[in-house]
Design a protein around this ligand. Structure first.
Ligand SMILES: CC(C)(COP(=O)(O)OP(=O)(O)OC[C@H]1O[C@@H](n2cnc3c(N)ncnc32)[C@H](O)[C@@H]1OP(=O)(O)O)[C@@H](O)C(=O)NCCC(=O)NCCS
Length: 171
């Protein structure tokens, strides 16, 4: 399988990327709602959202971020039918190349509770587990529909989520 990795294009890729993330992650939180995440990333204007195209459709994604101190990887996903063909690895390397060119000295990522086996995927790419506790805080004023006192995740349960990737306390 030789896919093409593109920088995300809003008109060409939005609908399929939303469907990919709904299928792979099935996040239920308002702050992880796919369209909200895409809109926020585009507003950041850093060009660090990438999609993999194969057979004329979007089959994978990776998002990166660099804040001048650390690079981060997020939303790495490959459609089930396209896994184990190297697409996930090539998406990570593609994002790494951009982060490296920006001067990033270290890349971090988080793995949700329940998805720990994916560590072996990342180890093959040179990542090591680090003894840290990950913490986070939502800024409710910046999450449409999330008001203080609403459900803990800020929204109703997701309709589906079949990847075994469960949502942890923060992402
Ligand atoms: C993780 C994921 C992106 C990997 O994509 P992929 O295209 O299948 O990955 P690759 O084909 O490049 O796999 C490279 C190697 O990692 C292994 N691997 C892939 N996914 C793995 C997983 N979930 N657990 C353990 N090993 C995995 C592959 O078997 C392969 O091993 P090999 O080199 O010995 O053959 C894909 O499984 C996925 O979308 N999972 C659900 C979402 C997810 O967990 N994302 C990561 C969030 S932190």
């Amino acid at each position: 399988m030789k896919e093409i990795i593109h920088q995300f294009d809003v008109s060409a890729h939005s609908e399929q990327l939303v469907a990919l993330w709904q299928q792979v992650f099935g996040y239920s939180s308002l702050h992880n709602a796919p369209q909200f995440v895409i809109d926020k990333k585009l507003a950041a204007g850093d060009g660090l959202l990438f999609v993999a195209e194969a057979d004329g459709k979007i089959v994978g994604s990776v998002m990166a971020g660099y804040d001048g101190h650390r690079g981060w990887l997020y939303s790495l996903a490959v459609l089930p039918d396209y896994r184990n063909q190297g697409i996930g690895s090539r998406l990570v390397r593609h994002a790494e190349k951009y982060l490296s060119e920006m001067g990033c000295p270290k890349i971090n990522l988080q793995i949700m509770k329940g998805n720990e086996e994916v560590q072996s995927f990342y180890r093959k790419l040179g990542y090591e587990a680090e003894q840290k506790v990950s913490m986070g805080k939502k800024i409710l004023a910046n999450i449409p529909g999330a008001e203080p006192g609403t459900a803990p995740n800020g929204g109703p349960a997701a309709a589906s989520g079949n990847s075994g990737v469960t949502e942890g306390p923060v992402r």
